[in-house]
Design a protein around this ligand. Structure first.
Ligand SMILES: C[S@@+](CC[C@H](N)C(=O)[O-])C[C@H]1O[C@@H](n2cnc3c(N)ncnc32)[C@H](O)[C@@H]1O
Ligand SMILES: [Zn+2]
Length: 425
């Protein structure tokens, strides 16, 4: 470790001289900033990448770096090794700069770096956003070798994160947070099972529950990679939305955290009759029965623990609810006031699932149950009310439409739905 090396001494650092991009650009905005992006017929034709749909993904990064900073009482040093034109970093500094000290952004695409540099200067954040043009893995190892470590790393690739995961650990501070996105949902959701087995060393399952299975396979992959280099990770927030899965992990070096993490890898067993999902830790799948039949729908290895940390989600929800309250008051007073984050309302729903359902593993789908049992669908709120009356918990899930989490057994859920439909006839 050489502490005299600064970030600007690392090869690949792009100096802050203003460069006009060599290609046509257009003005866009997200959150509270405006920036230039490469012009193109579609996001995939443009010579550098910016996807407006990922605003929720970026908002979550701003929210969770803020929670991290408030929890530990210091400003975050962040790195985005696959940054595209760097919108996430620009927004972290320009919008939530009281929580994020500086961000290293990197991309190996020439045009992308030109546009990113141009925007950094225009936004006047060049003292806190440091751009690199390097191959991501070699940059991370180089930074780490020179003692430059980060509290937050956001890994946001095209497709699977698996080519990069093993390279992220050395560049992270001993206590840190990592966010990993996967967009190769056809592999993780089991449309192409062999791709999932090849990339994630896990057997997926393409059924109603595939979006949670996908997230759990991704988590197990990150846990195993971390454990190989003596790090323990645990998910604090999980989303499976739009065309991707994204998970935020806390990273810890203690032996206890490593043992705890690997002990929560196992398999899921889905009953084809009652749709109940049984999770069990272990290194090989077992024979299991439900509804008097042997379960054949088995997926894994995957994460069998909680997908959310209740406290982290509560902290996020407090920030969101305060923002919504301020907007309400501003409206009453006839003042203009925009949301803190463009995806505030969506994030509220995701965080509520984390607060109320962190220990409810697996979800049911109303439409799937109704179709299989050839019964009509009652209103989901009626089902919630009925199960609550009977002492069961009920939480709507955002993983797919009509999904819900409950501690009621599958057979009881089906019976309750059937009774609700009969009562209404
Ligand atoms: C999905 S985009 C990133 C989007 C960005 N995180 C955002 O929020 O807008 C992935 C980026 O990674 C870059 N990339 C892919 N492989 C890379 C590698 N091995 N090293 C450096 N950059 C890479 C691509 O050029 C692309 O811009
Ligand atoms: Zn069953």
């Amino acid at each position: 470790m050489n502490n005299s090396v600064t970030i600007h001494d690392i090869p690949g650092y792009i100096s802050n001289d203003i460069m006009d991009p060599e290609i046509p650009t257009i003005l866009k905005s997200e959150g509270k900033i405006e920036f230039m992006v490469a012009d193109g017929e579609s996001i995939y034709d443009a010579p550098s990448f910016f996807n407006p749909i990922m605003v929720l993904n970026r908002d979550l990064a701003l929210l969770f770096t803020r929670i991290y900073s408030e929890t530990f009482g210091y400003k975050v040093r962040a790195i985005e090794p696959l940054a595209g034109i760097g919108i996430r970093a620009f927004r972290m500094i320009a919008e939530t700069g009281e929580y994020v000290d500086e961000v290293v952004i990197n991309d190996y695409n020439d045009i992308t770096i030109q546009i990113s540099n141009f925007n950094t200067n225009k936004l006047q954040i060049q003292d806190r956003v440091h751009s690199f043009k390097r191959e991501a893995r070699s940059l991370m190892l180089d930074l780490a070798e020179n003692g430059l470590k980060f509290h937050y790393l956001d890994l946001d690739p095209f497709g699977p994160p698996t080519p990069f995961i093993d390279s992220i650990w050395p560049v992270l501070a001993l206590r840190s947070m990592v966010a990993v996105t996967a967009t190769d949902m056809t592999a993780l959701c089991g449309v192409y099972p062999s791709a999932c087995i090849r990339k994630y060393a896990s057997v997926p399952l393409n059924n109603h529950h595939t979006h949670e299975t996908a997230a759990r396979i991704l988590i197990a992959t990150v846990v195993r990679s971390a454990a190989r280099i003596e790090r323990g990770v645990r998910p604090v927030f999980t989303a499976s939305v739009d065309h991707y899965t994204k998970v935020f992990f806390m990273v810890n070096k203690s032996a206890g955290a490593i043992t705890e993490a690997v002990s929560q890898i196992g398999f899921s067993y889905t009953c084809k009759s009652c749709f109940q999902i049984h999770y069990e830790a272990g290194i090989i799948p077992r024979t299991k029965t439900c509804c008097a039949e042997e379960i054949t729908d088995i997926a894994g290895p995957l994460w069998v623990g909680d997908l959310f940390d209740k406290q982290w989600c509560e902290n996020g929800l407090t920030i969101i609810n305060n923002d919504l309250e301020e907007i309400k008051n501003a409206t009453i007073e006839g003042k203009e006031r925009s949301y803190l984050y463009p995806s505030t309302k969506r994030m509220k729903k995701l965080l509520e699932e984390g607060v109320n359902g962190s220990d409810l593993h697996g979800y049911y789908c109303m439409d799937v149950i109704s179709r299989q049992n050839r019964i009509a669908q009652p209103r989901i709120d009626n089902l919630a009310e009925k199960l609550n009356e009977q002492g069961y918990r009920f939480v709507k899930s955002n993983f797919v439409k009509q999904a819900f989490r409950t501690d009621a057994p599958g057979t009881h859920v089906i019976d309750t739905i059937r009774k609700l439909v009969l009562d209404n006839e």
